[in-house]
Design a protein around this ligand. Structure first.
Ligand code: NAP
Ligand code: ZN
Ligand code: ZN
Length: 352
């Protein structure tokens, strides 16, 4: 066991602060990574503040991790010391259920998230996983991703959650040339959704509540931008979308989006707000056989596919680098939607 420095929330009401945590010894299949950058996902904030009522404190958030391998176990084949490596939202799963065998570990009932999941590597019951707001992490090689050295490393970090969470549904619902796709919300997930859907060849319409983001959305790859608070702009797109990806982090009226779907169109929910959305109109769904669906991050195989796709298409996240000590201010800005478009923590600023 080794003690490493982290930033943790010790209760829902307190600010994040330095805390020493334990990392396990490097086992035969483990990769030990020095964390260089960690993206800041809205899920980190929901968990630190117990907005989903499932937080076990202390919470060390962070699941957009990139760094350099320090050490590998005897049986590790794919990584060696000195390699770049990434870790996303998952660090383990049962490995034998149909979901795991299909490479969809995120849907395994035995999935272990990178933070705030029970950590079976420790004998003490109730010991939790700790995430990337820390200097090091030890992860089974199956859950470690290869990172291209062609892209800016700090800008790659958000791909590990925001990238795969938007890539997976876009692929599942077969977005490509000829599809009209809506992305709702221009935050961390939304800006990756715009970039990825554009790279897949779709006609992309970005829905935002922030008039100040229109020019950025176009620069990021949106063909059209709609201010979702403006009913006339919304009505112009009635019954026209094949697919809408909704990344909004707060409860809102879904009907203004479902009525924009064509017959058999789907709106996939990515956002997980603290409070549920108001119940959607059934009429909007039955009259055109429309669907509301959900999607959770992505499996390891697809995460690697997404990273390779991004390296090939030169896609990274638009980021603002912050020091670890500024995380609490970053959370306040995130609540106000004031992020362009992902905070990434420079781990060199985390002092032991
Ligand atoms: P984010 O960077 O904070 O972006 C959320 C965006 O939602 C905002 O930029 C804003 O865009 C829009 N928004 C509109 N009204 C809002 C309001 N009242 N409060 C907050 N946002 C509002 O968040 P994120 O990191 O992209 O995460 C988005 C959501 O997805 C979170 O709930 C997160 O927990 C969830 N998530 C889910 C998965 C999954 O696997 N399904 C994975 C990661 C994250 P505009 O200014 O353009 O309107
Ligand atoms: Zn996330
Ligand atoms: Zn499984």
């Amino acid at each position: 066991m080794s003690k490493v420095i982290s930033y943790a929330a010790v209760s829902a009401k307190e600010k994040l602060a330095p805390l020493h945590i334990e990392r396990r010894e490097v086992g035969a299949k483990d990769v030990q990574i020095e964390i260089l950058f960690c993206g800041v996902c809205h899920s980190d904030l929901h968990t630190a503040r117990n907005e989903w009522q499932n937080s076990v404190y202390p919470v060390v958030p962070g699941h957009e991790i990139v760094g350099r391998v320090i050490k590998v176990g005897a049986d590790v084949k794919a990584f060696k010391a000195g390699d770049l490596a990434g870790v996303g939202c998952l660090v383990d799963s049962c490995r034998v259920c149909p979901d795991c065998l299909d490479g969809l570990e995120q849907y395994c009932d035995g999935e272990v998230f990178t933070y705030n999941s029970e950590d079976k590597n420790f004998k003490d019951a109730g010991k939790m996983t700790y995430g990337g707001y820390s200097s090091q992490i030890v992860v089974d090689e199956h859950f470690v991703l290869r990172i291209s050295d062609k892209l800016n490393l700090a800008e790659v970090a958000p791909l590990l959650c925001a990238g795969i969470t938007t890539y997976s549904p876009l692929k599942h619902w077969k977005v490509g040339p000829g599809s009209k796709v809506g992305i709702v919300g221009l935050g961390g997930l939304g800006h990756m959704g715009v970039k990825l859907a554009h790279a897949m060849g779709a006609h992309v319409v970005l829905f935002t509540t922030s008039a100040s983001k229109v020019a950025d959305a176009k620069r990021l790859g949106a063909d059209e931008v709609v201010i979702s608070k403006n009913p006339d702009e919304m009505q112009a797109h009635l019954k026209s979308f094949d697919f809408i990806l909704n990344t909004v982090a707060a409860a809102h009226n879904l009907d203004i989006f479902t009525e924009l779907l064509k017959r058999d169109g789907t709106m996939c929910l990515n956002g997980v707000p603290e409070h549920s959305h108001p119940s959607p109109s059934i009429f909007n769904l039955i009259f055109k056989r429309r669907q509301i669906a959900g999607s959770l991050i992505g499996g390891i195989k697809e995460t690697q596919e997404m990273l390779d796709f991004c390296a090939e298409h030169n896609i990274t996240s638009d980021i603002e680098i912050i020091a670890m000590k500024d995380i609490n201010q970053a959370y306040e800005r995130m609540v106000k939607g004031d992020v362009k478009y992902r905070f990434v923590i420079d781990m060199a600023t985390l002092e032991s």
